[in-house]
Design a protein around this ligand. Structure first.
Ligand code: F58
Length: 791
């Protein structure tokens, strides 16, 4: 019945929504037809969820985020609606392969990395749990750039996910708000009124996000920027064709690209415009919805919880005060208190360069009323805490982290260690004044995407043992623990991993023309390229290992394939040098007839959510090697452990909690702790000393300097060798020796496949806590005061 209905719906959409004759339909047409057929099955639960929320007057959660890195949506929807088998049958019936159809969908890459992906996992968990919620963000016309390599160097080209019709967004041109910029603050009846001199329209597109088993659906509302006046007809008629379209082009620029380069003033201005644009539109929408149900704005904190995903929507503080005070006439201090009781802020980084600041000049120019309100909020803070040390405006800059902190009811970190470090470092003074404000919510990942869909072999094996309850109750995986001692189960577990590795090897052969040995250890480091994540530590270890294998080619080496993936910010020169070095090393090592059977390095370009879904199920070793104290949490680390990869890692971010849960014996720890890192930096010439003490490290660096990986050009990677042997802020040299030790321990452990598999099974069995369902329940209870609505 289900299959028959789905088949009819696919055919109907192919014919009447897409206007295609089945005889001439291409994969793209079949994919869209299937998407529409699936989408219409989401609409009823979606409406029902909305009605239940209105009907019960339930509190709503609003997640404001510059980024939602959702990837593909069709498979998610098919899986959550339990339509996988039906879709497979229907597509085969039409002579299509479901896998190819699903793979045709472009990734919605509306994010950079962990922060954006976390937002996507949260949306899915909110729907699975049945918590009334909206995600609010920007509908970027171009998501994160596409990465390619030319002679080993990163090249960037624009991403174009909207080029082919998007199946998921419902345009809502009727839900439009005028968003002002610039202008002046006038006085009317003794009250301040902002009179913007420029404006754009924020126009909504809604995507329903369906939870597990289709019980509940929430909305992701993304704003598109449009001109207020479409077109200057007078100018056009005067023959000024380009000028006539100027206003339109400049308005559309706001939602054109994700995180444009902010190294120029224009870039910075555009970024702040984007932030205000989506925050203001979202707040207008939230307040409109609230006003449709309640008369008194004092009720706002009871019915609305707003989460600021990092400081990017921090302007929500002053904007909400502006709405409550300037527009609704609430007394200013009460407006500040009311806004503060409604807003919460998640911090995702302690790196000082990543904490947003805006010059007072830019803020006063672009958002003059907000600038005066920030000063007023600062005074409010001073009245409340007369001995305060922190000011919101300092040296001509508005500090968005501090503003977010002061305007939030709760502030949270994303792992236990990160939250403690927040208290001790960036927010030390504010924490002393508001000791109950900071709470921890360790990140999580959605098991529907990161185990059930991404790893069907392991999922089927698990389902055969413990059924399907784990899918929305991941701690059920603990029931697998005794099976770590069951040799038949271990064999099945190993077979599933081996099959995933073989499939990945086939993919590498087909798409990148490289042959990987599926019996070698698959060692994976996938994440944004950043000095603190230390991809260069990993490649240095590879060079040193290559040298030892060359010295002793008949040694008993454990074959390894090192897989890298990740993009560098276009303006981050050092990170791009690291990419260049990895690719250059890969070229030499892979061409070495003697060593390449033991060690290969591959770096598929354009790492994205879809590629992560291929790599993680095939991984056996997860590289989580950041300088301790720098990785706020990590979420990739959780996905790997869940899929049975063992971690080699530092005591950083959520690695700490992973190690505690999976057990120290099932985790390869190395490196300095966060406090040792701080001490080590004080040691005079710490890098030179570390190199002098480790001939392997010295030799690996010399090999780079000798030009082995750069056609004899000893200067090519000078910036890296100089850094690692000089200032070495991220302590690559000081951690190298212990990383080498732990890596050889990994080699030894891998040779005993029984004990390796036992450890892998225990990683899966003990990773249930890292479900984003658990994280969301934590936010609901500790931060939002929100409840699930019985479906
Ligand atoms: C990441 N931050 C953290 N920022 O680095 C990671 O440890 C954590 O697990 C994750 O957030 C989720 O909490 C992150 O991804 C960004 O991508 C910024 C976006 C805006 C521009 C600067 C980078």
């Amino acid at each position: 019945m289900q299959t028959q209905d789905l088949r009819d719906a696919v055919l109907r959409h192919l014919t009447y929504s897409l206007g295609k004759d089945p005889a001439h339909a291409q994969t793209n047409d079949w994919r869209l037809a299937l998407s529409f057929a699936v989408r219409e099955r989401i609409v009823d639960p979606w409406f029902a969820s909305t009605r239940a929320t209105y009907g019960g007057k339930h509190k709503r959660v609003y997640y404001l985020s510059m980024e939602f890195l959702i990837g593909r949506l069709l498979e998610d929807a098919v899986v959550n609606l339990g339509l996988m088998d039906a879709a497979d049958e229907v597509m085969s019936g039409f002579g299509q392969n479901l896998h190819n159809v699903l793979s045709d969908e472009p990734d919605a890459a509306l994010g950079n990395g962990g922060l954006g992906r976390l937002a996507a996992c949260f949306l899915e968990s909110l729907s699975t749990i049945g918590c009334p919620a909206y995600g609010y963000g920007i509908r970027y016309e171009h998501g994160l750039f596409k990465q390619s390599f030319r002679d080993g160097r990163q090249m960037e080209s624009p991403e174009d996910w909207l080029l082919r019709r998007n199946a998921w967004g419902f345009p809502r041109p009727e839900a439009s708000f005028r968003i002002g910029f610039n202008g002046r603050v006038a006085e009317r009846d003794g009250k301040p009124v902002w009179e913007p001199s420029e404006a754009v329209l924020a126009s909504a597109h809604d995507t329903p996000i369906i939870g597990w088993q289709g019980r509940w659906a929430n909305t992701l509302r993304l704003w598109e920027a449009k001109p207020v006046d479409i077109f200057d007809l007078d100018r056009f008629n005067r023959g000024e064709f380009a000028a006539a379209a100027e206003a339109e082009a400049s308005a559309r620029t706001i939602s054109r690209v994700l995180y444009p380069d902010d190294t120029t003033y224009q870039g910075k201005r555009l970024r702040l415009q984007q932030e205000y644009f989506f925050t203001a539109a979202s707040l207008r929408d939230i307040v409109r919805r609230f006003d449709s149900e309640y008369d008194d704005p004092a009720w706002l904190p009871q019915k609305v919880a707003i989460q600021l995903n990092d400081t990017h929507p921090a302007i929500a503080g002053p904007e909400l005060v502006r709405i409550l005070h300037d527009e609704k006439g609430m007394e200013i201090d009460r407006a500040i208190e009311t806004a503060r009781a409604t807003l919460n802020y998640t911090n995702h980084t302690l790196l000082p360069e990543a904490l947003e600041k805006w010059s007072e000049e830019l803020m006063s120019d672009l958002l003059p009323r907000h600038m005066t309100l920030i000063q007023r909020i600062d005074e409010h803070h001073a009245q409340e805490k007369p001995n305060r040390k922190v000011r919101l405006i300092e040296n001509g800059d508005v500090k968005m982290g501090e503003l977010s902190f002061v305007m939030a009811n709760r502030v949270n970190g994303v792992s236990a260690l990160h939250t403690e470090l927040m208290k001790q470092t960036v927010f030390e003074d504010l924490h002393a004044q508001y000791p109950d404000k900071i709470v921890n919510q360790t990140n999580g990942v959605t098991p529907r995407r990161w185990l059930l869909s991404a790893n069907p072999r392991l999922s089927n094996l698990i389902a055969g043992e413990i059924g399907m309850d784990w899918v929305d109750d991941l701690e059920q995986l603990a029931r697998l623990e005794p099976l770590a001692e069951d040799s038949a189960f271990r064999k099945a577990y190993r077979d599933a991993k081996r099959a995933n590795k073989a499939e990945l090897s086939q993919w590498f052969r087909d798409t990148h023309d490289v042959a990987l040995d599926p019996d070698a250890m698959f060692d994976v480091q996938i994440k944004r390229i950043h000095e603190y994540k230390r991809q260069h530590l990993n490649i240095l270890e590879a060079i040193a290992l290559w040298q030892e294998i060359r010295d002793n080619p008949n040694g008993d080496w454990t074959p390894r394939v090192k897989i890298f993936g990740g993009k560098a910010a276009p303006g981050y020169v050092f990170a791009k040098e690291i990419i260049y070095l990895i690719n250059s090393v890969a070229k030499v090592l892979n061409a070495d007839p003697v060593t390449s059977k033991f060690l290969k390095v591959v770096y598929p370009p354009n790492y994205n959510v879809t590629l992560a879904e291929k790599l993680i199920p095939a991984a056996e070793l997860s590289q989580q090697i950041s300088t301790a104290g720098k990785e706020a949490s990590g979420t990739g680390n959780m996905k790997f452990a869940l899929n049975g990869a063992l971690t080699i890692g530092t005591l950083d971010g959520a690695n700490v909690e992973i190690r505690e849960l999976v057990g120290a014996d099932n985790f390869f720890l190395f490196g300095m702790t966060a406090s040792e890192v701080v001490e080590r930096r004080k040691v005079h010439e710490h890098a030179a000393k570390a190199i002098a003490a480790d001939p392997r490290l010295a030799r690996a660096l010399d090999e780079i300097r000798a030009g082995t990986f750069s056609d004899g050009d000893g200067e090519r990677f000078r910036s890296i060798t100089d850094n690692v042997s000089g200032h070495d802020y991220f302590l690559v040299s000081s951690d190298f020796t212990d990383f080498w030790r732990a890596s050889r321990e990994v080699d030894r452990a891998y040779r005993d496949s029984t004990s390796w598999t036992r450890m892998a099974v225990l990683n899966t069995a003990r990773s249930g806590w890292f479900s984003s369902d658990r994280t969301i329940r934590g936010y609901m209870g500790d931060i939002w005061g929100a409840s699930a609505v019985p479906a």
